[in-house]
Design a protein. Sequence first.
Length: 386
Amino acid sequence: MSNAIIIVGGGPVGATLALLLARQGAAVTVLEARKQGAAYSESRALALSFGSRRILEKLGVWASLAASATAINTIHISQKGSLGRSRLHAHDYQQEALGYVLSYGALSAALDSALAEQPLVNFIFEASAEAIQHNARQASVTYRYHGESHSLDCALIVLADGGRSLDDIAGLSKETKAYGHDALITKVSAKLPHHNIAYERFTEKGPMALLPNGERDFSLVWTGKQAYIGALMTLSDAEFLTQFHQQFGDRVGQFLSVEKRMAFPLKLSQIKTLDIAHLVVIGNAAQTMHPVAGQGFNVGLRDAESLAQCVASSNLASLGSKKMLEAYQHSRQSDTKGGLLFTDFLVNIFSNDLIGLSSLRSAGLGLFDVIKPIKQHLVRKMSFGK
């Protein structure tokens, strides 16, 4: 079999997996629908955990990214209208930072540059997967490249394309919960420096995350009911900044400017337990989380790391077998389920306006701030998934 492993989707999760596999001597083909360099100008912010930085360091990629990444040294958690608040500081947990913020484009460029130096990786841009099939012996993918159709057989197909529908792939389906909420994402500049503090602010309209991104700028993720977010999208920049300031408060002074706003619907979804061979799904293709805790992308990188470890412990005859993929699913079950339940809990508890719940949330934040073992557990979960 000429192709042992094929990765469908060459975004950051798929590219990270390709590098991990190549570093351990496994040949891999990556199919990416976009043109080479198409993602490099994408300014969308990614929140990287400290554990994700460790993965990129192991691959030799972090050194070229460090200068363009903004460290998160402190996380400030608060609820509008209450005195309850909590702070997490990196130095309390012997970490250089709690996380980092950098652009999707910068990470894509760094990963592609590293992949270009790997002779074991055949990275095919402008290759759009049209059909994926699998049976007990092997898997195959049909893709279109420069107007022509091609087909490849392999021992293992890894689906890492988060935007791809699973409806046409036998044996795959997702359980999805629609929140009825949208997320608004943009970038804002503030009058005062951020001092590398990220803010998680819960309001009666929905949670907002403000991540330091650059010298005085923040990346904003503001979630709420679709009608509310829709109304925010129609405001002028000045009106939007006024509304945002009213909800967020004065911690960084006035907000001076806002970049283009985008919105998308929020859902929680997870692929159903797989009982098939030669096909595995990772990253956003496997699970989609509410962005309230910034966990989704980092869970995807941990998917890639765990899958690479499973491949390393398998021989060619067992590559892609049910036994191997069951071992992978078992290795990811706790982290994935924990992330889904944690983010869902935060959304439900902090977006609920039941009478009396606000005071309980305030008390809970205050209590959380003084119970060190719980904070230690949360930081470890956010950083490493375990």
